[in-house]
Design a protein around this ligand. Sequence first.
Ligand code: FAD
Length: 310
Amino acid sequence: AFDVLIVGGGPAGAAAAVYAARKGIRTGIASERFGGQVLDTLGIENFISIKETEGPKFAIALEEHVRSYDVDIMNLQRAKSLVANSGPNNDLIEIHLESGATLKSRSVVISTGARWRNINVPGEAEFKNKGVAYCPHCDGPLFKGKRVAVIGGGNSGVEAAIDLAGLVGHVHLVEFDTVLRADEVLQRKLRSLKNVTIHTNAQTTEIAGDSKVNALIYKNRANDDIHTLELEGVFIQIGLIPNTDWLKGTVELSKHGEIIVDAKGQTSIPGVFAAGDATTVPFKQIIIAAGDGAKAALGAFDHLIRSAVP
Ligand code: FAD
């Protein structure tokens, strides 16, 4: 059995693996796609000490760093369930993989990340990283002085619109529903901004462009009129879905499906820790996920040295 088994190989999992391996304990990392969301990222400019890099390059560096330690790396492995209290002394945690294999460990760090909900309209996939963006903290500065739309009037959409209004020329907030769903205080702040236009009851039908985005097309749901907003960027803010379906009924999850963790990354199950975008940790960023992975690995180590050794 492993001492620490990490499930998920993004920035959180990679940091957890390095921190665990440096304690000289048996460490394994199983992941579907080593690198995680970073693999889909074009430019990264906010990982402190690296002024500018590309996502795939960053992902290779993550893997090389992990490989420089004695870590059992199991790539292309998808976890399908977790079983606690197994083994003769009830002190092992099992991770069942879709391949049929079972991995056993004295502690586990779950770092299976999250994915942005897609709006699935023509142009979304085509213009990804060419004007279509999902993360205002990451890509906001690329649109300095330009015109953008934010799709989604929940808290994350309205927060994004307020954030972007301070950077870009003009923000269109486009909401499908007749009302915004964000907290009242955020809505008040949004309405106070001069360079924001709010479009409600507006169904985005297409993101248009040539080599880059140049318009968002929506239908007014009240009268079916079609409107075209000329702009350079579209931020899609209709939800971030944690990759935690496989944990339902075992580890305690928030109403949004995020793994609930305490200050050391401990979940509701002793010996099971979690880190990064899959958890309730606020703000989903690479540097935060990496720090969080380090913390969860140290949390797991702390748990191991306090557990009775049979
Ligand atoms: P992830 O990166 O999501 O990694 C999750 C890992 O778990 C992957 O290896 C995945 O294959 C694996 N996995 C998932 N389910 C299972 C399963 N059931 N079994 C086994 N393995 C599984 N952040 C920034 O700080 N700066 C940026 O510029 C930036 N730009 C971004 C651009 C884009 C397009 C996107 C999508 C995100 C961007 N982010 C950026 C956000 C950042 O990528 C994430 O916050 C970060 O990757 C989270 O790390 P993580 O390790 O928690 O999860």
